[in-house]
Write a protein that binds this ligand. Structure first.
Ligand code: NAD
Length: 256
C-alpha cells in the first residue's frame, strides 16, 4: 500500500508512463503526471485518474530536454517518494546520418534529465526516510541494435546511472532500479512502424512479427499495465533489498 507516498512519473500523459502512474495510483500513491505539453486534456487526464482511484493527481508541464525544467518539475512537485524516470523519444538513422539535434535531444531527455530529477529528489527521499527510484530503461540498455545509437547510448547510460544511485543510497531506506522492457505497444512503438515498413518493404503484420518482435521470443508485446505492475512491486516492502539492478520485461529477448 502506497498511501501517503507521492510518485512523480515523467513523460506520463501516454504509454508506459501513464500505465505506471495508473498502477501506482491504484496502489494508493498520490501522483504527479508530466509531459512537455500544457493542454486542457493533460489536466483532464489528471482529474480522471484522481477520480478513478481516489488519490491526488496533479499534472505539471516541464520540458525535460532542459535541465532547469527537469529540476523544476521535482521542486514544483514538492514531495517525491517515488521517482519514475520514463520520458523518452526515439530516432532511427545510421550514425553518419544521425541528426546532431536528435542526438542532443535524446541524450538530454533520456539521460541528463534522469541525473537532474534524481539530484533534486534524493534529498526529499532522505528527509522522508524512504524512497524509490524506478528508471524505465530498455532491452536496449543491455543490448544494441543498429541505427539506434543515441537511444542505445542513453539507455545504457541510465542503467549505469541506476547502479550509482543504488550505491550512493545503499545504507538508506532508498532503492534504485531499472526496468528494461522489450517491445511494449505504445505510441512510441506505433510511430516506428511506417518507417520500418518502408525500410524493409513489408506490410504491417510482417513488420510486427518478423522485425519488431523478431528478437522477442514470446512474440507478444508487453502491456503498459504489466510495466505498472513491475514498478509497483519495486515500491513494495518485498523489494526492499532489490537495488542497483535491472528487471527485464522482454519476453525472453535478452536470453537469446
Ligand atoms: P510514449 O511516446 O507513449 O511516451 C513517451 C512519454 O515521454 C510521453 O508522455 C511524452 O510526452 C514524454 N516526453 C517526450 N519528450 C518529452 C520531453 N521533452 N519532456 C517531457 N516529456 C517528454 O512512449 P513509451 O513507449 O511509453 O515510452 C516510455 C519510456 O519507455 C521511454 O523511455 C522508452 O524509451 C521506454 N521504452 C519503451 C518501449 C516500448 O516498446 N514502448 C520499450 C523499451 C523502453
Amino acid at each position: 500500500n502506497l498511501k501517503g507516498k507521492t510518485a512523480v512519473v515523467t513523460g506520463s500523459n501516454s504509454g508506459i508512463g501513464l500505465g505506471v502512474a495508473t498502477e501506482l495510483a491504484r496502489a494508493g500513491a498520490d501522483i504527479v503526471l508530466n509531459s512537455y505539453t500544457d493542454r486542457e486534456e493533460d489536466h483532464q487526464l489528471a482529474e480522471r485518474l484522481s477520480a478513478e482511484h481516489g488519490v491526488s493527481v496533479r499534472y505539471i508541464a516541464a520540458d525535460l530536454s532542459k535541465g532547469a525544467a527537469a529540476r523544476g518539475l521535482i521542486e514544483e512537485a514538492g514531495a517525491c517518494d517515488i521517482l519514475v524516470n520514463n520520458a523518452g523519444i526515439q530516432h532511427v538513422a545510421p550514425i553518419e546520418e544521425f541528426p546532431v539535434e536528435k542526438w542532443d535531444a535524446i541524450i538530454a531527455i533520456m539521460l541528463s534529465a534522469v541525473f537532474h530529477t534524481t539530484a533534486v529528489a534524493l534529498p526529499m527521499m532522505r528527509k522522508a526516510g524512504w524512497g524509490r527510484v524506478v528508471n524505465i530503461a530498455s532491452a536496449h540498455g543491455l543490448t544494441a541494435s543498429p541505427y539506434k545509437s543515441a537511444y542505445v547510448a542513453a539507455k545504457h547510460g541510465v542503467v549505469g546511472m541506476t547502479k550509482v544511485v543504488a550505491l550512493e543510497t545503499a545504507e538508506e531506506p532508498i532503492t534504485a532500479n531499472a526496468i528494461c522492457p522489450g517491445y511494449v505497444m505504445t505510441p512510441l512503438v506505433e510511430s516506428q512502424i511506417p518507417d520500418t515498413m518502408k525500410k524493409y518493404d513489408m506490410d504491417r503484420e510482417t513488420v510486427i512479427r518478423e522485425v519488431m518482435l523478431e528478437r522477442q521470443p514470446s512474440k507478444q508485446f508487453a502491456t503498459v499495465e504489466e510495466l505498472g505492475g513491475v514498478a509497483t512491486f519495486l515500491c513494495s516492502d518485498a523489494a526492499r533489498q532489490i537495488t542497483g539492478t535491472t528487471i527485464s520485461v522482454d519476453g525472453g529477448w535478452t536470453a537469446l
